[in-house]
Design a protein around this ligand. Structure first.
Ligand code: SF4
Ligand code: SF4
Ligand code: SF4
Length: 204
């Protein structure tokens, strides 16, 4: 039996990343770390309860249907838009943006980076290929949970590639196995070790 779960969205037109490939990579991390055997020895049961396990959620876009914000480790697919050449100021991208993050001026579309969630919908709406995706990847979150003391996950990487996500999961899993107490959720472990995890993640 697995002592972890990986939940991901199904095929969906909003998906901006390859979650199947990422899931394979993350399952390899859990196998390499011998997660099942090590956590099984700590909780001392072959039938763990939900709160004794480690939960991972993969979301194909910022809509986050698989709820990475309340999982021990999660990702949100990201598609960073950029305005290239050929904009005829039609306004389709601004109309498509759920965040109101695009305005128009005499030169064409302008993206407000502070408001943009990197969902990629503006690029899909552009009829001229002027609004395009310049980079895809994952926003990485850790330490979310519900239960008696709910906690929304902390962002540990803003826009990571597959191998960076794998490295982040390795660090989180090692922290959980080495510092966690039996039955303790990762969010509580993270609260005690947040600075060290964030400083390592930002250097990778
Ligand atoms: S998170 Fe995005 S890609 Fe995944 S199911 Fe929801 S809308 Fe679709
Ligand atoms: S990526 Fe999404 S949030 Fe960002 S500007 Fe485009 S539609 Fe708006
Ligand atoms: S949809 Fe494309 S062509 Fe129309 S305003 Fe936006 S970037 Fe320009």
């Amino acid at each position: 039996m697995d002592f972890f779960t990986i939940k991901k969205c199904f095929n969906c037109p909003n998906r901006v990343v390859d979650l199947d490939k990422l899931e394979s990579t993350l399952r390899r991390v859990m196998a390499d770390r011998r997660f099942n055997a090590r956590l099984g020895a700590r909780v001392n049961t072959s039938r763990p309860m939900h709160h004794q396990m480690f939960h991972v959620a993969l979301a194909g876009c910022p809509n986050s249907c698989s709820q990475p914000q309340i999982k021990d480790f999660g990702v949100q697919g990201q598609a960073r838009p950029e305005v290239g050449t050929g904009c005829d100021k039609c306004g389709a991208c601004a109309a498509a943006c759920p965040e109101g993050a695009i305005t128009m001026d005499d030169a064409g579309a302008i993206i407000n980076r502070a408001a943009c969630l990197n969902c990629g919908q503006c690029a899909r709406a552009c009829p001229n290929g002027a609004m395009r995706v310049s980079q895809t990847g994952y926003r990485v979150l850790a330490g979310g949970k519900l239960g008696r003391h709910p906690r929304l996950a902390t962002e540990i990487l803003p826009l990571a590639g597959d191998e960076q996500v794998a490295g982040a999961l390795e660090r989180c899993v090692e922290l959980f196995l080495k510092e966690g107490r039996p039955g303790e959720r990762f969010g509580s472990v993270l609260e005690r070790n947040l600075n060290s995890l964030l400083s390592v993640s930002s250097n990778k």
